[in-house]
Design a protein around this ligand. Structure first.
Ligand code: 5GP
Length: 183
């Protein structure tokens, strides 16, 4: 029987162990970089929730979390164009040191717009942490990724928070969908 976890249509790209090791490294790096700062980790819903949950437990500092939801990709694999805020932050970020926590950077459009939006709110600093980064040419070259889990090939991936039409977020590993038509 093929289950969600052992699925013929998936090829494992990064295993549970690889993800665990890399997230621990990122957490240690952030712990060093943000000592003494007023850190807020902002998760971009929904894809970043698993990464954020694991990452913040590897950051040995006082911090708070908040969430935003934006529409970028609809229920498919093709970019919808512009970015719309569906849910805004609960608390102000004025004077805070913000890390935007994202699941994956593809064209960079989502994060570029988020940087513009949050950049006007008086934060002390804003940096980007993404679990995955695709090699696509960035929409704007000035988008700087400060913390990146893995550079991945230009394939559609799922798992560890990332979905295909709402499915696969619960996979503990990151997989490539072999045939998106039957995802
Ligand atoms: P960007 O604005 O950088 O082009 O796209 C970022 C968003 O597109 C991500 O937050 C994610 O929701 C979606 N996305 C881009 N590539 C993939 C992918 O390979 N798999 C999944 N599940 N979502 C992706």
């Amino acid at each position: 029987m093929t289950t969600e976890f052992s699925n013929d249509n998936l090829e494992i790209l990064h295993s549970v162990e690889e993800i665990e090791r890399r997230v621990r490294e990122l957490g240690e790096e952030i712990t060093r970089d943000y000592a003494g700062k007023d850190l807020v980790v902002v998760g971009v819903l929904k894809g970043s929730v698993i990464f954020l949950a694991d990452l913040i437990r590897q950051i040995d500092l006082k911090l708070s979390i908040d969430f935003m939801a934006v529409s970028s990709y609809k229920d498919g694999t093709v970019s919808s164009g512009d970015v719309e805020i569906l849910k805004d932050l609960t608390n102000p970020i004025r004077g805070k040191d913000v890390i935007i926590c994202e699941d994956i950077v593809d064209t960079g459009l989502t994060l570029f717009r988020l940087m513009e939006i949050l950049g006007s709110r008086g934060a002390n600093s804003i940096k980007i942490a993404t679990l995955l980064d695709k090699p696509e040419p960035r929409i704007k070259k000035e988008l700087k990724i400060d913390y990146c889990g893995f550079q991945i090939p230009n394939k559609f991936v799922v798992g560890y928070g990332l979905d295909a039409a709402g499915r696969y977020r619960n996979l503990p590993f990151i997989g490539i969908v072999k045939n998106p038509e039957i995802a």
